[in-house]
Ligand binder design. Sequence first.
Ligand code: HEM
Length: 346
Amino acid sequence: MAGVTLGAGSVLAAWSSNPSPLWFATRGAGVMTLVCLTVVVILGITTSLRVTGPRSPRFVIAALHRNFALFTIVLLVVHIATSVLDPFAGIKPIDAVVPFAGAYRTFWLGLGVLASEVLFAVTVTSLLRGRIGPRAWRLIHWISYASWPLAVVHGLGTGSDSQEPWMLGLTAACMAAVLVSLAQRLVAGRIRTVPVRLASGVVVVMATYAICAWSVAGPLRPGWAVTAGTPASILTSKPSRPPLRSAAHGFSDGLIGTVTKTAGGVDIGLRDTVDTALTVVIIPPGPTETLPQLTVARNSTTICANVPARVGVSVYAVCNGTRLVITMYGSGPSITGRLVTSGPMG
Ligand code: HEM
């Protein structure tokens, strides 16, 4: 393994139980809620810009904004209800109401709770607008802008699909759309509001940078499931594991991957170039281990997790009875390699 040494660092965790359809509904509704919330934010900004056209008078945009917001609330209720009803993550009703109370990915789930509370507050005050007066309503509506970044960070931090290219692309598209809309909002306005708009622009740029930098250092790295606070019971329960490959004999496939430096060594993530759903992650030994740990997964479903790997010229490990020899070339960050298996295809 030329140029690659392993030390202490983060730990990879992979889904190990079998989630129910409700769990997938939670994730699907979460994604839809984020997309719709993005549309609501953009329509809200467009309304405040007083953009009008022959086919889109202001009241039409305002009505669209209102109706989309109500639809988003319905989706959000589905998202929350399914996550509580599904036993997989053990989310209790109180966890969906009190921020940072849940055991499942506490902080990142808590941000989602905060985001939804802001949204519910905005909805209620909008329905009571006549009673609370326009000034209070406007103030609360301004705060509603905060719900969107909270929801984005919640989705990235707690979502099981955060590392999937489609989810990353969708989140990036949502961010880009809101940024373009915000830029239009901040450019337009009276001369006396320039300082406020400039300050807001700086905050937006810094927040965008912070979210991107944190995503790269956190949710996009192997082992985020553990770092994010997934309860050990979910990580360690025994799954029904798929075979390494439905073939009688061993195989020899090319690999491509990356080496990521960590505090105490490196994490290595590899993908099979023939069977592209197959991934191998090698992480440094934890405080109680002496050898690096190897995890093999297909489409994010674990085949074998955290098996000890001996490191010499190549990496040797046994995954459910199948012997693996992984040879890597290059010193990173991009590397290539070869996976050779022998023995039963467990
Ligand atoms: C504005 C509010 C919210 C938005 C826009 C939102 C959006 C999202 C998104 C985009 C995901 C990622 C889905 C994926 O990766 O497939 C997600 C995951 C999730 N959210 Fe929310 N969410 C919100 C509030 C909440 C609240 C209040 C709860 C509390 C129960 C919650 C519970 C969850 C759970 C349990 C997951 C799945 C975590 C996983 O995949 O491991 N969300 N949410």
